[in-house]
Design a protein around this ligand. Structure first.
Ligand code: GZL
Length: 352
């Protein structure tokens, strides 16, 4: 029997719950678009990395090689489009786009291909975070500056120019705090039994969001009754949720590490004759259709993750090309979406 938690709209003010995280560095004002210097080196930041993007072939453009994860989710689609919209000749760029189809080994070859093509800067959004040191060194040895975006790498700071994207563990902490506050605000004493749909194992998006839940569950007395990857896709999310339902354990919370897996989980619940509104459903990203599901009461909270990184990465490239020292890490500004702000948030939600 599913433990039913009656959903009572939170009376908490947005301000009290607001956990937006300001960009963590100076100088990443995406409105600035400084003219580029022609200097090929920048005052090295304290990491000792001093390669900067520049127009080395004299065509008046900076050629960006973008090694993208794949096309697995609405977030990814919006992320890719933000690059294709921004990195155009009118903005002083040429884009070389490679899609790894969520294959970590293919992506490593993709980056080597970009090096061989002699692009003038590489942006890597890594499928998973391991095994990158040799390839980053190859890019450095080839004199090609490399930016990490979307998902971080645990590598030495002297192997990449900068990271720009979400802080995944903080996103997870936002979701966990929302659940703690919801339980407290509604005086819930039922056991909290959680189904955990993980993203691609080994991606920092999965690692950070999982760490936040794994760190919080024991101290809160929460039980994670199922934990398995849905690979950030709707189809796999539905398949995994169907298998959980067949095993018959009680649960009343779903912690799903992206909206696409959440859609799949909701499809599985409905196909099994269960009402998603009887569960607390926590999601990540903030696609427009997921925000609508918050308004409709199907999803309870979405921890935001901004996919529209193109213009901000472009500004960082321009700042570095102009000789400015840029921060080694800059995080997107991210909060959460629930019944207290979804009607406002849907006005600017990304995707469909
Ligand atoms: C997060 C990003 C994740 C999204 C998923 O920055 O890497 O990958 O949360 C996407 O939707 O598939």
């Amino acid at each position: 029997m599913n433990l039913k938690i009656k959903k009572i709209a939170l009376a908490l003010t947005g301000a009290a719950m607001s956990l937006s995280f300001a960009a963590c560095s100076a100088g990443t004002d995406s409105s600035t678009d400084p003219t580029r210097g022609d200097d090929s080196t920048v005052a090295a930041d304290d990491s000792g990395y001093n390669l900067v993007p520049r127009d080395s072939n004299g065509d008046g453009l900076i050629t960006l090689g973008f090694a993208q994860v794949g096309a697995e989710s609405g977030w990814r689609t919006a992320n890719t489009q933000s690059y294709k919209d921004y990195f155009v000749e009118a903005n002083g760029f040429k884009l070389v786009f490679l899609d790894a189809n969520q294959d970590a080994d293919k992506q490593k070859q993709d980056v080597r291909d970009l090096i061989a093509q002699g692009v003038e800067v590489i942006d890597l959004a890594p499928v998973t975070d391991s095994g990158w040191e040799p390839i980053l060194q190859e890019a450095k040895d080839a004199g090609i500056p490399l930016i990490v975006s979307d998902r971080q790498l645990s590598v030495s700071d002297d192997l990449y120019l900068t990271y720009f994207g979400g802080n995944m563990e903080e996103e997870g902490k936002t979701a966990v705090k929302w659940l703690q506050d919801y339980i407290s605000a509604n005086n819930i004493s039922d056991p909290i039994n959680i189904v955990h749909l993980q993203g691609t194992i080994g991606s920092t998006a999965q690692k950070g969001r999982t760490k936040a839940l794994d760190d919080a569950a024991p101290g809160n007395g929460w039980n994670v009754v199922y934990q398995q990857t849905g690979e950030f896709t709707q189809a796999k999310g539905q398949e995994v949720m169907e298998s959980f339902l067949q095993q018959g354990k009680d649960f009343n919370v779903i912690y799903s590490e992206n909206d696409d897996m959440t859609y799949g989980a909701i499809d599985a619940l409905q196909a099994a004759g269960k009402d998603p509104k009887e569960y607390i459903i926590i999601s990540f990203d903030g696609n427009k259709s997921a925000v609508q599901m918050v308004i409709d009461g199907l999803i309870d909270v979405i921890a935001e993750c901004d996919p529209l990184l193109g213009p901000q990465v472009g500004a960082l490239i321009n700042q570095a090309a102009a000789g400015q020292t840029i921060a080694k890490v800059t995080y997107s500004q991210e909060g959460f979406i629930d019944s207290t702000n979804a009607v406002e948030k849907i006005k600017t939600a990304f995707g469909s």
